[in-house]
Design a protein around this ligand. Structure first.
Ligand code: ADP
Length: 705
């Protein structure tokens, strides 16, 4: 304490003033040593203050250790906040209101006011009270402490403990303290519809009709006689039915009868007589201004006196408070659990889907950013060390993508709903993660932007696969080009020496006709034939490679004209075989004219070539199916075993020797290439000996280009 003479004088004056006031004051230092007591405190404790000064409170009064009193005083001392509380002093048998106020020296000042008079309920008439006290004393053999016990019970009801236990504690205590025959607590279960298992559900009129079918009273605690709380007849009372149900539904907060055997308000006098009951008391359980939560009732074999009634009424209020608090705690716990559960499933599903979500309050840069755990993972940071903000977020983004991110956020903020943004994030291990960002602006009721919300999806795998595919396609394109180039160059350059071989062998044959022997003529004929075949092979190969190298000359072409041209090219073969080629209506399609002629020519040429005894009959038709034209070239030729249906479209694949049917095995490969170049398909349906039908498709209009 301050030791200047002036301060000392002030302190003395203050001590004098404090000695004059009726409230008890005591000052303690930080160790709870008495530093000062006023006279009222001295009188209250019945101790000379000089004996107490410097003594530690808890050592002088060890009974206070572990009490609510100690807890409150310690709280005021430790937290440096004033704490007000009321408590019952067992030793003095009185109620006190305490105020523990921290002082500037690190201790506390404790003010104590005796409120015993205030705590007492309305006192019953002297005679009646005496009769209760006598009864209590007779019953227990101890002086009456009912009010104290009720107060203690009320305190304990507001502590944290399961509601179920507390309800039973109250019922038991009432039977014990008020010498009741039995006591019961009925609580309303909101939303418990009568139809669900209630024995009164079918009652539509009379005294047993339920007045509120959305509420029902349940017997939830019972003590004394008849403690059974199971069985449909006892368990449940409709709201507004019987005395109990009516008590719950009526405005009157309580009901008391001390003559239940004759009171006209009690309906079953015979029952009351049979049990020897005298009194019935019922109390609505409700907190001020709220709906009834239930009813507390008791029957006794003695009158319930005014002071008992008041105590029970007070107990009813505490029980109501306890039920309400428990319901609030229960719903809070339920919500907390639900929230935890939904948070868990959200973060689990985000983890599995590699999708995180985020929100940024507007204005960006000042407002709070919130990320889900998966978002942290996607950006390669830990929630323990990284606090998301607009600025730090930018730093996580690959430098090359920062500008587009900035522009994207700007567009979102302007309410433009920009398309999803793909960007890269640099990871701590030096790697890169590809993210797809999607976001939009949330506005308040006044249309003011309040925050941006969105998701971040890990698309790294997809990007890698796309990249691989792109490289593979580029590779394939390159090697195809190389191959075509090679085939073209090879076949083109082969033509020249071949022409020499062929023309000189023919010259040899002509010039030395008749001068050479039969074998020499035969050899020359072989050589000429070989050279011719090679010529055809080279021409076909050139044609094959040209399908790929030709510039796309797609235009709308009349297929009838194309067919005419192909038939003109095939005139010699048609005449030689006596083939009849017919056709149905043919459409105009978008295609390359020369390639289409070649396609028809190859298919019809084969249809004529692979014929049987009878003259070849070929029919060309077209049918529209979905978004494409399906062309068919049908013949009556030798047919094809279905097992070769795929193979014949591969280059150089033939099913016959050259002696049987001439050819190079390139024709159908060329057809396939032409059809696919325009996005179509080609296939054959056939059986050996039953003719073949070759189909190919051309997408309608410009589709497939
Ligand atoms: P080529 O006609 O030069 O042998 P293609 O590639 O045109 O080569 O045909 C490959 C093979 O498909 C032919 O050798 C033949 O066995 C079979 N084929 C093609 N068209 C028909 C058809 N219309 N009827 C029966 N078989 C056919």
């Amino acid at each position: 304490m301050n030791s200047t003479p002036f301060a000392g004088a002030v302190q003395d004056a203050a001590a004098h003033v404090l000695d004059a006031v009726p409230e008890a004051y005591a000052c303690f230092d930080s160790q709870f040593r008495y530093m000062f007591l006023n006279r009222a405190r001295e009188q209250l404790l019945g101790e000379d203050r000089t004996n107490l000064l410097g003594q530690v409170l808890w050592e002088v009064y060890p009974a206070l250790v572990g009490t609510r009193f100690q807890e409150n005083c310690r709280r005021a001392m430790a937290q440096r906040v004033p704490v007000m509380f009321e408590d019952y002093d067992e030793a003095l048998q009185r109620w006190f209101a305490f105020t523990a106020t921290p002082d500037s020296e690190g201790g506390i000042v404790l003010r104590t006011v005796d409120i015993t008079g205030r705590q007492q309920p309305e006192v019953a008439p002297a005679g009646a009270a005496a009769s209760f006290d006598q009864r209590a004393e007779e019953r227990t053999g101890k002086p009456p402490t009912r009010q104290r016990s009720v107060s203690r019970l009320q305190h304990s009801l507001l502590d944290a403990a399961p509601l179920e236990n507390k309800r039973q504690t109250v019922a038991d205590a009432i039977v014990r303290l008020f010498d009741a025959d039995f006591c019961r607590i009925w609580l309303i279960r909101p939303g418990d519809l009568c139809e669900r298992g209630c024995i009164y559900a079918g009652v539509r009129d009379g005294p047993h009709v339920c007045r509120r079918r959305d509420r029902c009273l349940h017997l939830l605690a019972s003590a004394g006689r008849y403690t059974r709380i199971d069985g449909p007849g006892h368990r449940r009372v409709p709201f507004g039915c019987y005395k109990i149900g009516r008590l719950a539904s009526e405005e009157e907060a309580k009901f008391l009868s001390n003559d239940v055997q004759h009171d006209p308000r009690i309906h079953d006098h015979a029952w009351a007589r049979e049990l020897g009951l005298v009194s019935f008391a019922g109390y609505q359980l409700r907190t001020p201004g709220e709906e009834t939560l239930g009813v507390l009732v008791l029957f006794a074999k003695h009158p319930i006196l005014a002071d008992e009634d008041a105590l029970l009424d007070g107990l009813g209020s505490t029980v109501a408070l306890m039920v309400k608090r428990a319901a609030a705690e229960e719903s809070l716990a339920r919500r907390t659990e639900e929230l935890a559960r939904s948070n868990y499933s959200l973060s689990e599903s985000q983890r599995i889907a590699h999708v995180g979500s985020w929100s940024m309050e507007v204005p960006i840069g000042i407002g709070v950013c919130a990320w889900t755990p998966e978002t942290y993972r996607l950006f390669g940071v830990s929630p323990d060390t990284f606090v998301p903000s607009a600025e730090l977020f930018q730093r996580l983004i690959h430098p090359d993508d920062r500008a587009s991110m900035q522009a994207w956020i700007g567009a979102c903020l302007a309410g433009e709903e920009p398309p999803d943004l793909e960007f890269r994030v640099g990871l701590p291990d030096g790697g890169v993660r590809y993210i797809l960002g999607r976001g939009h602006l949330v506005r308040d009721a006044g249309n003011q932007p309040i925050r941006m919300v969105g998701i971040a999806q890990d698309i790294t795998e997809r990007k890698r696969a796309e990249e691989k595919l792109r490289l593979a396609l580029a590779d394939l394109g390159r090697s195809n080009k190389d191959l075509e180039q090679f085939a073209y160059v090879a076949s083109h350059d082969l033509q020249e020496p071949l022409r020499m071989v062929s023309s000189y062998t023919q010259l040899l044959a002509r010039r030395y006709q008749g001068q050479l022997d039969a074998s020499a003529n035969k050899f020359i004929a072989y050589a000429v034939d070989g050279a011719n075949r090679m010529q055809r092979l080279i021409e076909d190969l050139l044609a094959y490679s040209r399908v790929g190298t030709r510039a796309k000359g797609f235009e709308l072409i009349d297929c009838t004209a194309v067919l005419d041209r192909a038939l003109a090219n095939l005139k010699a073969a048609i005449d030689a075989s006596g083939a009849v080629v017919t056709h149905g209506p043919l459409p105009a399609v978008v295609h390359d004219n020369l390639l289409l002629v070649q396609l028809f020519q190859n298919l019809i040429g084969n249809a004529i070539k692979f014929h049987v005894e009878a003259p070849p009959r070929v029919h060309v038709s077209a049918e529209q199916k979905g978004g494409e034209w399906v062309f068919a070239v049908r013949d009556n030729g030798i047919g094809i075993d279905p097992q070769y249906a795929q193979r014949i479209f591969t280059i150089f694949q033939r099913l016959h020797t050259n002696e049987e049917y001439s050819g190079t095995g390139i024709g159908l490969a060329i057809c396939k290439k032409i059809v696919e170049r325009r996005g179509g398909r080609v296939w054959v349906e056939s059986q050996p000996g039953s003719g073949s039908t070759f189909y190919f498709t051309v997408p309608i209009g410009g589709a497939g280009l």
